[in-house]
Design a protein around this ligand. Structure first.
Ligand code: NI
Length: 258
Protein backbone atom coordinates (compact mmCIF):
# COMPACT_ATOMS: atom_id res chain seq x y z
CA UNK A 1 0.00 0.00 0.00
CA UNK A 2 1.44 3.36 -0.99
CA UNK A 3 1.53 5.92 1.79
CA UNK A 4 1.67 9.23 -0.01
CA UNK A 5 2.23 11.17 3.20
CA UNK A 6 5.53 9.46 3.86
CA UNK A 7 7.16 11.12 0.86
CA UNK A 8 8.64 14.53 0.49
CA UNK A 9 6.70 17.18 -1.38
CA UNK A 10 6.58 16.36 -5.08
CA UNK A 11 9.06 18.36 -7.02
CA UNK A 12 7.25 19.67 -10.06
CA UNK A 13 9.01 21.93 -12.52
CA UNK A 14 5.74 23.69 -13.36
CA UNK A 15 5.35 24.80 -9.73
CA UNK A 16 8.93 26.04 -9.38
CA UNK A 17 10.18 29.57 -9.94
CA UNK A 18 13.28 30.01 -12.08
CA UNK A 19 15.19 30.89 -8.91
CA UNK A 20 14.29 27.53 -7.45
CA UNK A 21 15.36 25.73 -10.63
CA UNK A 22 18.67 27.60 -10.58
CA UNK A 23 19.18 26.55 -6.98
CA UNK A 24 18.20 22.94 -7.80
CA UNK A 25 20.83 22.83 -10.55
CA UNK A 26 23.50 23.60 -7.97
CA UNK A 27 23.00 20.17 -6.44
CA UNK A 28 21.37 18.03 -9.15
CA UNK A 29 21.60 17.82 -12.93
CA UNK A 30 18.82 15.27 -13.28
CA UNK A 31 15.24 15.72 -14.45
CA UNK A 32 12.36 13.33 -15.12
CA UNK A 33 10.30 13.87 -18.28
CA UNK A 34 6.99 11.97 -18.39
CA UNK A 35 5.66 11.22 -21.88
CA UNK A 36 2.39 9.72 -22.94
CA UNK A 37 -0.04 9.82 -25.81
CA UNK A 38 -3.54 11.07 -26.47
CA UNK A 39 -5.14 8.09 -28.14
CA UNK A 40 -8.02 5.65 -28.05
CA UNK A 41 -7.84 2.93 -25.40
CA UNK A 42 -10.64 0.64 -26.48
CA UNK A 43 -14.37 1.25 -26.01
CA UNK A 44 -14.11 1.70 -22.22
CA UNK A 45 -10.66 3.23 -21.64
CA UNK A 46 -9.80 6.91 -21.39
CA UNK A 47 -8.11 8.70 -24.30
CA UNK A 48 -5.60 10.16 -21.85
CA UNK A 49 -4.56 6.80 -20.37
CA UNK A 50 -0.90 6.89 -21.48
CA UNK A 51 -0.31 10.49 -20.40
CA UNK A 52 -2.08 10.08 -17.03
CA UNK A 53 -0.20 6.90 -16.18
CA UNK A 54 3.24 8.20 -17.23
CA UNK A 55 2.72 11.40 -15.25
CA UNK A 56 1.58 9.54 -12.14
CA UNK A 57 4.56 7.18 -12.21
CA UNK A 58 6.92 10.10 -12.83
CA UNK A 59 5.53 12.10 -9.89
CA UNK A 60 5.83 9.05 -7.67
CA UNK A 61 9.47 8.57 -8.72
CA UNK A 62 10.03 12.30 -8.20
CA UNK A 63 8.66 12.10 -4.65
CA UNK A 64 10.82 9.13 -3.81
CA UNK A 65 14.03 10.44 -5.40
CA UNK A 66 13.76 14.20 -4.95
CA UNK A 67 14.44 14.61 -8.68
CA UNK A 68 12.56 17.36 -10.50
CA UNK A 69 9.64 16.29 -12.74
CA UNK A 70 8.91 18.22 -15.95
CA UNK A 71 5.31 18.64 -17.17
CA UNK A 72 4.01 15.62 -19.05
CA UNK A 73 4.34 15.58 -22.84
CA UNK A 74 0.79 14.37 -23.47
CA UNK A 75 1.01 14.04 -27.26
CA UNK A 76 2.93 11.16 -28.74
CA UNK A 77 3.30 9.10 -31.88
CA UNK A 78 -0.18 7.58 -32.24
CA UNK A 79 -0.60 7.52 -36.03
CA UNK A 80 -1.97 3.96 -35.96
CA UNK A 81 -4.79 5.01 -33.62
CA UNK A 82 -6.09 7.80 -35.86
CA UNK A 83 -8.96 5.60 -37.05
CA UNK A 84 -10.65 6.26 -33.69
CA UNK A 85 -12.22 9.59 -32.68
CA UNK A 86 -10.36 11.55 -30.04
CA UNK A 87 -6.88 10.37 -30.96
CA UNK A 88 -4.45 13.27 -31.42
CA UNK A 89 -1.10 12.24 -32.84
CA UNK A 90 2.26 13.76 -33.67
CA UNK A 91 3.87 12.05 -36.62
CA UNK A 92 7.38 10.72 -35.88
CA UNK A 93 9.18 13.61 -37.59
CA UNK A 94 7.14 16.18 -35.63
CA UNK A 95 7.60 14.40 -32.31
CA UNK A 96 11.32 14.13 -32.96
CA UNK A 97 11.57 17.90 -33.41
CA UNK A 98 9.43 18.61 -30.35
CA UNK A 99 11.51 16.33 -28.15
CA UNK A 100 14.76 17.61 -29.61
CA UNK A 101 13.76 21.19 -28.76
CA UNK A 102 12.74 20.21 -25.23
CA UNK A 103 15.99 18.31 -24.63
CA UNK A 104 18.10 21.20 -25.91
CA UNK A 105 16.15 23.61 -23.68
CA UNK A 106 17.06 21.50 -20.68
CA UNK A 107 20.69 21.09 -21.78
CA UNK A 108 21.03 24.85 -22.18
CA UNK A 109 20.25 25.34 -18.48
CA UNK A 110 22.73 22.71 -17.37
CA UNK A 111 20.58 19.61 -16.99
CA UNK A 112 22.74 16.65 -17.96
CA UNK A 113 20.58 13.60 -17.24
CA UNK A 114 17.06 13.37 -18.67
CA UNK A 115 15.13 10.33 -17.45
CA UNK A 116 12.09 9.84 -19.66
CA UNK A 117 9.22 7.87 -18.10
CA UNK A 118 7.08 6.63 -20.95
CA UNK A 119 3.47 5.44 -21.09
CA UNK A 120 3.22 4.50 -24.78
CA UNK A 121 5.19 1.93 -26.77
CA UNK A 122 4.76 3.90 -30.00
CA UNK A 123 7.01 6.68 -28.63
CA UNK A 124 10.14 4.64 -28.02
CA UNK A 125 11.76 4.60 -31.48
CA UNK A 126 11.25 8.32 -32.00
CA UNK A 127 12.61 9.20 -28.56
CA UNK A 128 15.77 7.21 -29.19
CA UNK A 129 16.16 9.06 -32.50
CA UNK A 130 15.63 12.39 -30.68
CA UNK A 131 18.32 11.49 -28.12
CA UNK A 132 20.79 10.79 -30.93
CA UNK A 133 19.93 14.12 -32.59
CA UNK A 134 20.41 16.01 -29.31
CA UNK A 135 23.78 14.36 -28.64
CA UNK A 136 24.90 15.38 -32.13
CA UNK A 137 23.87 19.02 -31.70
CA UNK A 138 25.40 19.30 -28.22
CA UNK A 139 28.67 17.71 -29.33
CA UNK A 140 29.06 20.01 -32.29
CA UNK A 141 27.80 23.34 -30.93
CA UNK A 142 29.81 25.80 -28.85
CA UNK A 143 26.56 26.97 -27.33
CA UNK A 144 26.64 23.89 -25.10
CA UNK A 145 29.68 23.94 -22.84
CA UNK A 146 28.78 20.76 -20.98
CA UNK A 147 29.11 17.83 -23.40
CA UNK A 148 28.21 15.03 -21.01
CA UNK A 149 24.46 15.11 -21.72
CA UNK A 150 22.61 11.80 -21.47
CA UNK A 151 19.04 10.59 -21.83
CA UNK A 152 17.28 7.36 -21.00
CA UNK A 153 13.76 6.21 -21.75
CA UNK A 154 11.96 3.66 -19.55
CA UNK A 155 8.40 2.50 -20.14
CA UNK A 156 6.62 1.94 -16.83
CA UNK A 157 4.56 -0.97 -18.20
CA UNK A 158 7.74 -2.79 -19.26
CA UNK A 159 9.30 -2.71 -15.79
CA UNK A 160 9.91 -6.45 -15.12
CA UNK A 161 8.04 -6.43 -11.77
CA UNK A 162 5.06 -4.68 -13.38
CA UNK A 163 5.08 -7.02 -16.37
CA UNK A 164 5.22 -10.07 -14.09
CA UNK A 165 2.43 -8.82 -11.83
CA UNK A 166 0.22 -8.05 -14.84
CA UNK A 167 0.73 -11.58 -16.16
CA UNK A 168 -0.13 -12.95 -12.71
CA UNK A 169 -3.28 -10.85 -12.46
CA UNK A 170 -4.57 -11.09 -16.03
CA UNK A 171 -2.67 -13.88 -17.83
CA UNK A 172 -3.17 -13.69 -21.59
CA UNK A 173 -6.06 -11.22 -21.08
CA UNK A 174 -3.45 -8.51 -20.50
CA UNK A 175 -3.08 -8.18 -24.28
CA UNK A 176 -1.10 -5.37 -25.86
CA UNK A 177 -3.32 -2.34 -26.02
CA UNK A 178 -5.98 -0.96 -23.67
CA UNK A 179 -4.55 -3.46 -21.20
CA UNK A 180 -6.18 -4.11 -17.82
CA UNK A 181 -2.95 -3.05 -16.11
CA UNK A 182 -2.90 0.44 -17.62
CA UNK A 183 -6.67 0.82 -17.21
CA UNK A 184 -6.30 -0.24 -13.55
CA UNK A 185 -3.84 2.56 -12.99
CA UNK A 186 -6.24 5.10 -14.52
CA UNK A 187 -9.01 3.84 -12.20
CA UNK A 188 -6.71 4.41 -9.24
CA UNK A 189 -5.90 7.93 -10.45
CA UNK A 190 -9.39 8.91 -11.59
CA UNK A 191 -12.12 6.83 -9.88
CA UNK A 192 -14.86 8.35 -12.08
CA UNK A 193 -13.51 6.27 -14.99
CA UNK A 194 -14.90 3.17 -13.28
CA UNK A 195 -18.36 4.06 -14.62
CA UNK A 196 -17.20 3.38 -18.22
CA UNK A 197 -16.16 -0.20 -17.45
CA UNK A 198 -18.43 -3.00 -18.64
CA UNK A 199 -18.02 -6.58 -19.88
CA UNK A 200 -16.80 -6.72 -23.48
CA UNK A 201 -16.88 -9.46 -26.13
CA UNK A 202 -13.61 -11.33 -26.73
CA UNK A 203 -11.06 -8.97 -28.33
CA UNK A 204 -9.21 -9.43 -31.60
CA UNK A 205 -5.89 -11.13 -30.86
CA UNK A 206 -2.82 -8.91 -30.78
CA UNK A 207 -0.92 -8.82 -34.07
CA UNK A 208 0.92 -6.47 -36.39
CA UNK A 209 0.49 -2.69 -36.63
CA UNK A 210 0.44 -0.93 -40.01
CA UNK A 211 -1.74 2.01 -41.13
CA UNK A 212 -4.59 3.39 -39.02
CA UNK A 213 -7.08 2.06 -41.57
CA UNK A 214 -5.58 -1.41 -41.25
CA UNK A 215 -5.48 -1.08 -37.45
CA UNK A 216 -9.18 -0.37 -37.29
CA UNK A 217 -9.91 -3.38 -39.55
CA UNK A 218 -7.79 -5.75 -37.46
CA UNK A 219 -8.85 -4.35 -34.07
CA UNK A 220 -12.36 -2.98 -34.63
CA UNK A 221 -12.99 -1.80 -31.04
CA UNK A 222 -9.40 -0.62 -30.51
CA UNK A 223 -8.29 -3.39 -28.15
CA UNK A 224 -5.42 -5.72 -28.95
CA UNK A 225 -6.06 -8.98 -27.12
CA UNK A 226 -6.99 -7.31 -23.83
CA UNK A 227 -9.86 -7.54 -21.36
CA UNK A 228 -9.95 -4.20 -19.53
CA UNK A 229 -13.02 -5.32 -17.54
CA UNK A 230 -10.53 -7.22 -15.31
CA UNK A 231 -9.05 -3.92 -14.15
CA UNK A 232 -9.57 -2.37 -10.74
CA UNK A 233 -8.14 0.53 -8.82
CA UNK A 234 -6.34 -1.52 -6.15
CA UNK A 235 -4.41 -3.32 -8.89
CA UNK A 236 -3.56 0.10 -10.24
CA UNK A 237 -2.23 1.25 -6.90
CA UNK A 238 -0.09 -1.87 -6.61
CA UNK A 239 1.30 -1.53 -10.15
CA UNK A 240 2.09 2.14 -9.55
CA UNK A 241 4.09 1.20 -6.48
CA UNK A 242 5.98 -1.56 -8.32
CA UNK A 243 6.79 0.76 -11.21
CA UNK A 244 7.92 3.52 -8.85
CA UNK A 245 10.18 1.25 -6.78
CA UNK A 246 11.94 -0.12 -9.83
CA UNK A 247 12.23 3.15 -11.76
CA UNK A 248 13.50 5.03 -8.69
CA UNK A 249 16.33 2.50 -8.59
CA UNK A 250 16.95 2.80 -12.34
CA UNK A 251 17.02 6.58 -11.99
CA UNK A 252 19.57 6.44 -9.15
CA UNK A 253 21.78 4.15 -11.26
CA UNK A 254 21.42 6.48 -14.24
CA UNK A 255 22.36 9.55 -12.19
CA UNK A 256 25.40 7.80 -10.73
CA UNK A 257 26.65 5.88 -13.73
CA UNK A 258 30.23 6.65 -14.70
NI1 NI B 1 -1.74 2.81 -23.52
Amino acid sequence: MTDLNSFQTPIRLDLCSWKEVEEYLNHSKGIILPVGSTEQHGPTGAIGTDAMTAEAVALEVGKRSGVLVAPVQSYGMAEHHLGFPGTMSLKPSTLLRVINDLLLSLARHGFQRVFVINGHGGNIATFKAAFAEAYKVIASSEEFLEKNFRCQIKSWFMVPEVFQKSKELYGDKEGQHATPSEISLTLHLEPSLKSKQCPLPPPSPAGPIYSYQDFRKRYPDGRMGSDPFLSNSSHGELLLDKAAISLTEDLANFLHEP
